[in-house]
Design a protein around this ligand. Structure first.
Ligand code: ADP
Ligand code: ZN
Length: 762
């Protein structure tokens, strides 16, 4: 079968039916990833990516055309029944991206396609929202209206209103405005004076907001130099030359150095060339503030910005997607999955905070949004900008080896110095009064409160305390489903599992020995909030974490209160670490910097360095210099020391040397296989079988570890085992894994997960 690939610039409509190939290969939804050939009926104009309805045995199902051809090897080929939608749902490049994802991440093509084409679009059940509109059927003079007025005042009023606005109006609005009944409108339509038609209306998640246009800022010298390179690349996308080589950019700029301003101007550049843009931001920083900044910038030029994130309703998601697909919105902003936004003729893809973990999807397909952005840029031949204050080791290494082009912003825009970071050795403090707030930290808070400045306290753990321990018999409250201890939440008086959500009423005495001396140890955000409120009774303290922010509006309300100075001290988790600008925050306290350092994860140092740097970046954005106090029991750990000196390069040099020596990423690809089952023995036997098989067939150059219980041995009632693999040639490994897994069968309750470039190692 010879496939015609549809190349860039050719659209479905452009393919004249005379040239239409005879057969289409259709990937059928829910078929386990199988494609079948169908005949293209002469009357239909189709393209790769068109959604169609086809017969499978006795049923009629939906599918996507993945290729077109003039020949087929199949016999008894049946015709395509129908076309779904006005235009192909996917471009050839997006189909290619799905194929690559399936190959690389070792997942079924079906799963990859489901990710690329969101469910609301596939199902075709959620349609456009329709509303009835009325418009004048013909021109109508004031005299005519006056004539009608004698018979019916209301009818005349409706006609006058329509004449005034000069375009179609929603019928309900028209009735309201004129105090008319539906009947009035109907009679006018019967008389042939007006036409009533259903029209699509958009469910705009930001529909009620008004965005005030703002203009480009004048770039400073450093920004201008960076922008020149990016702009040049985008110009090249618009007018490609034969030898053009588009390397992805790494924009390494300290927090507050004006990266976002560069993104804005880069997008504008693309728009000026008639090209589109995608901006990926971590879900957590997809705040109203971020969205507003982009919507406002492009409000003046009426370029529509579509926003994709997980809080949209199905209808909103449907409409935002179609706004992009139809080309009305040329800018798509969203979290990881926005990398699949159907923007045509892309000029630039930007990934902000490229080092963020949330770009990695933790379910099949376990893709990395940043890596797919780079690949999509390559397929679409567009510019790619990866921005961060603390680039991931992978990306920094690509820049160091010249695969990416490094651009740097070394200074804050407002000429602010980087905040002064003080490390408090908690080993010395432990003997003193409070184990939560060291003397230096509480002194610093007092000083800031006196000056009416604001404070952020950061702790990466929710809840009140982390373990419930009986001092007498040693009982620890553990989750019955997971191998972790339960966290005490005082506000609700519950003990909660942070893995599976299991909850129980907090006991007042030991459930085992009945001793009343049960103790809560370890610290969570609730306890910090509590301690701070006791220590600073006059200050207004609020907490921002997943527990406190369960209502959707709570996040915004708290941020607004903080911004307007109604909160003095904000205690929170990651939620407050990223992308927020508060000019009056002059002190950031990191309650326990060691929390992530001792996890069995080769990225532990990297994560701690990134987190400290990001959190520290929240201090001193106004005209007052910021200060950061870091509490740690391992104050001399390199990740902490390099963060203290704002020394990314020092950190990178040391860390990369270690990674190379240990043959860890980015020098190899790390693939993690997890086998889980509610039956411990079955899980264990299965991983051993898999291990044996892999040993026989794996290509050379793969390091295969021994099967072992996962660090989180039990989760959601499942026993978990790990098998770790490392290789330099990951595609070869993925394919080998795939062929092994396809041939083996497992007991019904055994699940196998392959995670290529795994991030989550527990
Ligand atoms: P980053 O994304 O690197 O953290 P931002 O782009 O958010 O930095 O810039 C930080 C602040 O500086 C913002 O308030 C922004 O409006 C302002 N800013 C950025 N560039 C300029 C400029 N060239 N002139 C004046 N202010 C700027
Ligand atoms: Zn649990």
């Amino acid at each position: 079968m010879h496939y015609f690939a549809v190349s860039r610039g050719q659209s479905g409509a452009g393919l004249h039916s005379r040239l239409m190939p005879k057969y289409a290969s259709v990937l059928v939804d829910e078929s386990g990833g199988r494609a079948f050939d169908y005949e293209v009926p002469p009357a239909l104009t189709l393209a790769v990516g068109t959604r169609v309805r086809v017969p499978v045995r006795m049923r009629s199902v939906l599918g996507t055309i993945i290729a077109l051809s003039d020949t087929t090897e199949a016999s008894g080929v049946r015709p395509i029944t129908d076309v779904v939608g006005d235009e192909p749902a996917l471009s050839a490049q997006l189909i290619r991206l799905a194929e690559w994802m399936s190959d690389y991440y070792c997942c079924p093509i079906e799963a990859a396609m489901r990710t690329v084409l969101p469910n609301v679009i596939r199902k075709a059940e959620v349609g456009h929202k329709m509303r009835l509109f009325a418009r004048l059927a013909r021109e109508i003079t004031p005299e005519e209206i006056a004539g009608i007025e004698k018979k019916s005042e209301r009818q005349a009023e409706v006609l006058a209103a329509l004449r005034d606005v000069g375009k179609a109006m929603p019928v309900t609005e028209l009735c309201e405005q004129c105090g008319a009944a539906h009947q009035t409108i109907q009679s006018l339509a019967k008389k042939g004076l007006i036409i009533i038609e259903p029209e699509k209306v958009e469910r705009d998640p930001y529909g009620t907001e008004i965005f005030i246009a703002n203009k480009n800022l004048e770039l400073n010298e450093e920004q201008a130099a960076v922008f020149a390179r990016v702009a040049q690349a985008i110009d090249q996308v618009a007018a490609p030359t034969a030898d053009a080589m588009l390397k992805p950019f790494l924009l390494h700029g300290v927090t507050g150095s004006g990266k976002t301003e560069i993104y804005l101007q880069a997008i504008e550049r693309a728009l000026n060339h008639g090209l589109g843009a995608i901006l990926l931001v971590p879900e957590i920083s997809l705040t109203p503030q971020t969205v507003e900044r982009f919507k406002s910038r492009f409000a003046a030029t009426h370029h529509e910005v579509a926003v994709l994130h997980s809080h949209l309703s199905e209808g909103e998601r449907h409409d935002e997607w179609h706004r992009i697909r139809s080309g009305r919105a040329r800018i798509a902003i969203g979290a990881r999955s926005a990398v699949f936004a159907p923007v045509e003729k892309l000029g630039v893809i930007i990934v902000d905070e490229e080092h963020e973990n949330t770009y990695k999807q933790e379910e099949t397909p376990r893709y990395h949004g940043r890596d797919l952005a780079v690949l999509r840029g390559h397929l679409e031949k567009c510019a790619v900008v990866l921005g961060s204050a603390t680039p991931s080791l992978e990306t920094a290494h690509n820049a160091a080896t010249g695969k990416y082009e490094l651009l740097r912003l070394t200074m804050r825009v407002d000429d602010q110095k980087m905040p002064f970071i003080r490390i408090v050795d908690m080993r010395m403090e432990a003997k003193k009064s409070s184990p939560i707030l060291s003397d230096p930290l509480s002194a610093a808070i007092t000083k800031r409160l006196e000056k009416k400045e604001q404070v952020i306290l950061f702790l990466n753990r929710r809840g009140f305390s982390t373990t419930l321990l009986c001092g007498k018999c040693g009982y620890v409250a553990e989750c019955p489903n997971c191998s972790v201890s339960l966290t005490f939440h005082r506000a609700t008086n519950r003990i909660v599992c942070h893995i599976c959500g299991h909850l129980a009423v907090a006991p007042t005495k030991c459930p085992d020995c009945k001793d009343p001396g049960i103790k809560y140890s370890g610290t969570g955000t609730e306890k910090v909030e509590d301690a701070v409120a006791k220590f600073f009774p006059k200050a207004i303290v609020r907490r921002m974490d997943a527990d406190a922010m369960q209502r959707r509006e709570a996040y915004r309300e708290t941020l607004d209160a903080f911004r307007t100075g109604k909160i003095d001290i904000l205690v929170g988790t990651q939620m407050i670490a990223k992308g927020l600008h508060f000019p009056n925050v002059t002190l950031v306290g990191i309650v326990n910097a060691d929390m992530g350092l001792h996890l069995p994860d080769f990225r532990a140092s990297e994560r701690t360095f990134q987190l400290l740097t990001q959190v520290a970046g929240r201090a001193g954005r106004g005209d007052v210099e910021g200060e950061v106090v870091v509490q740690s029991y391992t104050p001399f750990h390199p990740a902490i020391q390099f963060a203290r000196h704002h020394d990314f390069i020092g950190f990178y040099d040391q860390e990369i040397e270690w990674r190379e020596k240990m043959e860890q990423p980015p020098f190899t690809h790390f693939v993690l296989i997890t086998v889980r089952s509610p039956h411990q023995q079955r899980a264990q036997l299965s991983i051993e079988t898999l291990h044996r098989r892999l040993k026989e067939v794996l290509p050379p150059g793969v390091t295969l570890g021994e099967p072992s219980p996962a660090p989180l041995e039990k989760s959601h009632g499942n026993f978990r085992y790990h098998l770790a693999l490392r290789t330099r040639a990951v595609l070869k490994l993925s394919r080998a894994l795939r062929s092994v897994l396809d041939k083996l069968t497992w007991p019904e309750d055994v699940f196998i997960v392959v995670d290529v470039d795994a991030h989550h190692l527990l």
